[in-house]
Write a protein that binds this ligand. Structure first.
Ligand code: GLA
Length: 390
């Protein structure tokens, strides 16, 4: 229950929004998590392995089935304009901005054979927008689980995989962001209490229990509050570089290259991009080995190396990210790196629990000293996959 001191949950806010905007009561409320990626960055479109973790922060969708073919969508974010359309007319070009994620998901589900009916949808979220924590995949996934259940589909593994692919299609074909699928996969398939190892060759997944609390460690997210837009071109350029490097090497997946292959690339930029991908996948495997051996406290240098590779070889970091990563490790974090697409957004740090206040203070101070936007810090634990909330 909410009271005056406790802000309403996303689920409560979504219901309030549905009632206020469309004057209807929901048939149900569904939620889906944001994520942090622990390691394995910019490898999900290269057939590599990555290790994201679902957060307890969620996007909620309160949904009511209509008796006609209309779709109406609203958000309690005042910057998000409501959207209306006909279910059969959704598709590429039908919506822009935030509504494209919703309309695109409904369209892609129907393309996959799910008979989504007319719906009234209201959404609310506590996943920070543009922070590199996958607010977009959480929106797509909340809408997907709601629409599939209201279309009469039983929740089972095959449906979950179909919904992942639908959310990826929505993002690639309707939103126009050529993203790789890590975010949708973890939002749909995460296991509570664990990170999720994803092999993006076939999108097979398995839980990896981190044992952070047992090791006296806390995962800290540092939101630089500098926003990035994945659709703005840089992400697509990195992806194109990787495709070119793989083609030159005669490989389907760049993640399958060896370091010797990488050295054969004549173009220094392609060589650097490929080096990041190949070394990052090795770091993921080493990270998972250490965690499974109960040695997560030894993973810090892998985070640092991942950050350096993203900064120097892949060139997707930003001064704010470099500043908070250096400040965090300087103040006692065991390791730190940018997480997500880059160009702003968030970093993560692996921090001894008793050092969290010192590290949080240090990252704020470092940004203030350099005249940068003051970052926000958030101690996170793992959350569950997309689900019905009520
Ligand atoms: C974004 C994309 C993901 C992934 C990451 C980088 O979050 O949505 O598919 O490529 O960037 O690892």
């Amino acid at each position: 229950m909410s009271d005056e001191t406790q802000p309403a949950s996303p689920a409560e806010r979504a219901v309030a929004e549905l009632t206020a905007t469309w004057s209807v009561e929901p048939d149900g409320v569904w939620v889906a998590p944001g994520r942090v990626n622990l390691i394995g960055e910019h490898v999900d479109y290269n057939g590599g392995r990555c290790l994201p973790m679902a957060l307890t922060r969620v996007t909620a969708a309160a949904v009511r089935v209509r008796d006609d073919d209309r779709v109406r969508v609203s958000s309690d974010d005042p910057d998000a304009k409501p959207f209306e359309g006909r279910i059969g007319q959704l598709g590429p070009g039908c919506a822009d901005g935030w509504a494209a994620y919703v309309a695109g998901t409904l369209w892609a589900l129907r393309e996959a054979g799910i008979e989504v009916p007319g719906l009234d949808i209201a959404v609310a979220s506590d996943v920070p927008l543009g922070a590199g924590l996958s607010s977009s995949a959480s929106l797509e996934s909340a809408v997907a689980v709601a629409a599939a259940e209201l279309a009469g589909r039983a929740d089972e593994p095959a449906l979950r995989h179909l919904m992942v692919q639908a959310a990826i299609r929505a993002e690639n074909e309707v939103v126009g962001a050529n993203t790789g699928g890590m975010d949708q996969t973890v939002a749909m398939l995460a296991e509570d209490g664990a990170a999720l190892l994803i092999d993006t060759k076939d999108f097979s997944t398995g839980p990896v229990h981190l044992g952070l609390a047992e090791a006296g460690l806390q995962l800290l997210v540092i939101d630089t509050r500098v926003r990035h837009a994945l659709a703005d071109g840089q992400y697509g350029k990195r992806r194109a570089d990787c495709e070119q490097a793989a083609a030159i090497l005669g490989l389907q997946y760049l993640a399958d290259a060896t370091l010797a292959d990488v050295e054969r690339l004549a173009d220094p930029q392609l060589r650097a991009r490929a080096r990041h991908v190949v070394t990052e996948v090795e770091r993921v495997d080493r990270f998972v080995e250490l965690v499974r051996a109960g040695r997560i406290a030894e993973c810090g240098p892998l985070l640092d190396a991942s950050h350096a590779s993203l900064r120097d070889d892949y060139e997707v970091s930003a001064v704010e990210l470099d500043t908070v990563v250096a400040a965090a490790t300087g103040a006692g974090a065991l390791g730190a790196r940018m997480t997500g697409g880059g160009f702003g957004g968030s970093a993560i740090a692996l921090v001894p629990t008793d050092a969290v206040p010192v590290v949080s203070h240090a990252v704020v101070r470092a940004c203030q000293d350099r005249g940068l936007t003051v970052p926000g810090t958030l101690a996170v634990t793992s959350g569950a996959a997309a689900r019905r909330a009520s």
